[in-house]
Design a protein around this ligand. Structure first.
Ligand SMILES: Cc1cc2nc3c(=O)[nH]c(=O)nc-3n(C[C@H](O)[C@H](O)[C@H](O)COP(=O)(O)OP(=O)(O)OC[C@H]3O[C@@H](n4cnc5c(N)ncnc54)[C@H](O)[C@@H]3O)c2cc1C
Length: 306
């Protein structure tokens, strides 16, 4: 039986494992792929303190290496279920069942994709899902933002700091974003709107995307819009399928915690992008991870006194 089982080896899970193992707890870190999480799909990170600029996989490697030194175990596994058995929890993977006195869930989330031609090809070469991460690479450039909800419009506003022009492409004739955010966007001279429209294909050359084929849903006309970059905000999905029957998620699947990262099951914590939260970044993920990694120690000490 482990003191702590951490599910997911992204920045949040690796930090939780670091803090827990440095508290001398026995830690198992379970991951379904390569350690690093979304860092493995990130070319350059410019907003992680301490580094002017670092490649995502390099940062992942720097986070992962110290874990072994402090005795944290790492195993491959796709977690399918968490069973709360009171004093301990069972984690069921595709090939094993593990037992832990506490569990830290750090499974992250996935950006919804448009699923159009060119999206995979130009990801990281003009196509992005994170304005905070990549906006600064597009100074004085023309950008397309896809979507009409809060995230799309907020990020379009954020991008006007860098871009010369931001065109919001939305498949309806009105935005879903909160009114106050809409008003800010309508008043911003750098933002324009392409209503009733969707991206049919992202086009480009061997280096970068250069634009998109955009179709109007009402007229069925298709035209090519030139652009240097595209930010896609058509939704995020939490990776919480394995926990949906535990009652720790909200109706959209995000895990609810308090500020100590506790879920409503004693001994079960959640950290990083998988939580219901406002800013999903590496800094906030490691912040969550450190809090939970420390909290499991306190929780286990309290259990001893009972
Ligand atoms: C392209 C891109 C660029 C980005 N650039 C930046 C940037 O410049 N700066 C910044 O601060 N942030 C950036 N971000 C956001 C940042 O990467 C995330 O906020 C951060 O990685 C979240 O960390 P996490 O540990 O919560 O989740 P993740 O990094 O998503 O890690 C979750 C891990 O859990 C694993 N997992 C999921 N389900 C299971 C399961 N059932 N069983 C086992 N393992 C599972 C996954 O394989 C994954 O490794 C970027 C994101 C993307 C996609």
């Amino acid at each position: 039986m482990f003191d702590v089982i951490v599910i997911g080896a992204g920045p949040a899970g690796m930090t939780a494992a670091l803090y827990a193992s440095r508290s001398n707890l026995s830690v198992l870190l379970l991951e379904r792929g390569a350690p690093g999480g979304q860092l493995n799909n990130t070319a350059e990170v410019e907003n992680y303190p301490g580094f002017d600029r670092i490649m995502g996989p390099d940062l992942a490697d720097k986070m992962f290496r110290p874990l072994e030194k402090f005795g944290a175990k790492h195993a491959y596994g796709i977690v399918n279920e968490l069973k709360d058995l009171g004093d301990y929890k069972e984690i069921v993977t595709d090939s094993e069942v593990y037992q832990g006195k506490t569990v830290i869930i750090a499974t992250g989330c996935e950006h919804r994709h448009l699923g159009v031609k060119g999206e995979t090809e130009f990801a990281g070469r003009g196509v992005s899902y994170c304005a905070v991460c990549d906006g600064a690479f597009f100074r004085s450039k023309k950008l397309l933002v896809i979507g009409g909800g809060d995230s799309a419009v907020e990020e379009a506003l954020f991008l006007t700091q860098f871009a010369s022009e931001v065109v919001v492409v939305h498949r309806r004739d009105e935005l879903r974003a909160q009114k106050v955010i809409q008003e800010r966007a309508f008043a911003n001279p750098k933002i324009s709107f392409m209503w009733d429209s969707f991206v049919e294909e992202i086009i480009g050359n061997q280096m970068m995307m250069t634009g998109a084929k955009i179709r109007n849903v009402k007229t069925d006309e298709c035209h090519e819009e030139t652009a240097d970059g595209m930010f896609i905000y058509v939704g995020l999905d939490p990776l919480t399928e394995a926990f949906k029957n535990t009652g720790i998620t909200n109706e959209d699947g995000w895990i609810l915690t308090d500020e100590l990262m506790r879920t409503n099951i004693p001994g079960v914590y959640a950290v990083g992008d998988v939580r219901e939260k406002h800013l999903r970044q590496i800094t906030t993920a490691v912040g969550d991870g450190s809090i939970a990694g420390q909290q499991v120690f306190n929780y286990l000490e309290e259990q001893k006194d009972k």
